[in-house]
Design a protein around this ligand. Sequence first.
Ligand code: XMP
Length: 319
Amino acid sequence: QWTPGHIIEDAVSRIREQVGTDQVILGLSGGVDSSVAAALIHRAIGDQLTCVFVDNGLLRLGEGDQVMATFAENMGVKVLRVDAEERFLGALAGVADPERKRKIIGNKFVDIFEEEAGRLTDAKWLAQGTIYPDVIESAGAKTGKAHSIKSHHNVGGLPDYMKLQLLEPLRELFKDEVRAIGEELGLPHAMVWRHPFPGPGLGVRILGEVKKEYADILRQADAIYIEELYRTGHYHKISQAFAVFLPVKSVGVMGDGRTYEYVVALRAVETKDFMTAGWYPLPYDILAHISSRIINEVKGINRVTYDISSKPPATIEWE
Ligand code: XMP
């Protein structure tokens, strides 16, 4: 019987054998897979690992600081944090088409990662958090949006002169095994069990053109929503939940005054495979509380709606 401890021991000795005294770089996103890969490789080779964490300005509230706290401060992992908000938002200015936004975000990520990786001239290995279902998925060349993220992590994007070899210690593992070893490696429970977050981040949760003002509003609304899902015990029954920013204004009333502000939609789905999904029946009293908190606490929002669409024909994300 393989326990998480055995899997870790085995992976650690394989990583040591593979890389020897070489330097390794890894693109850390804060998601489960890259986080567990980072923790595992760090366990195996310590300071020979350097992580690059690109903050694209499209992350959830406090996410960048959490990643730094977990890895750099608590675990002593070398992490280069790149504050690239302006570069991403600059590249996205005026762009409303969802697929164009995805491409711009993906390409920008590769540019910035390459730039940072190029500074680490000693690196011989590029580590990735590829897990078994990713291997299957790319072999089957499935279509669909989820597939496009893989270009984020694509070694094909790196310049030849770097000649990096791929290190993929999670390649044979399923998600539940990855989570189990993440816990065993001491990663925070909330990080290991977090809902999936798309590579383009809030870029596909702000409909149409992305602006910093919108991202800031959305981050606050989303944080309240998720906090309430945790507090009421629903978070772990839901496969994925998030808020979406709708760049339309509607009329409201607050105190004696008329307001004219933006709308937020809340999404929560249950799914086994993310190919089909049903909307999650969140109790009305909880929805009511979340709605009033968001409207009262987030400046710029005066209306909250709940998405009751299933996939298909809707998708999980709104873009
Ligand atoms: P959809 O919206 O296609 O989403 O029903 C299915 C799952 O895929 C995630 N998703 C993405 N993940 N890059 C990613 O890494 C993307 O461009 C992307 N688009 C969708 C989505 O969050 C859901 O879990």
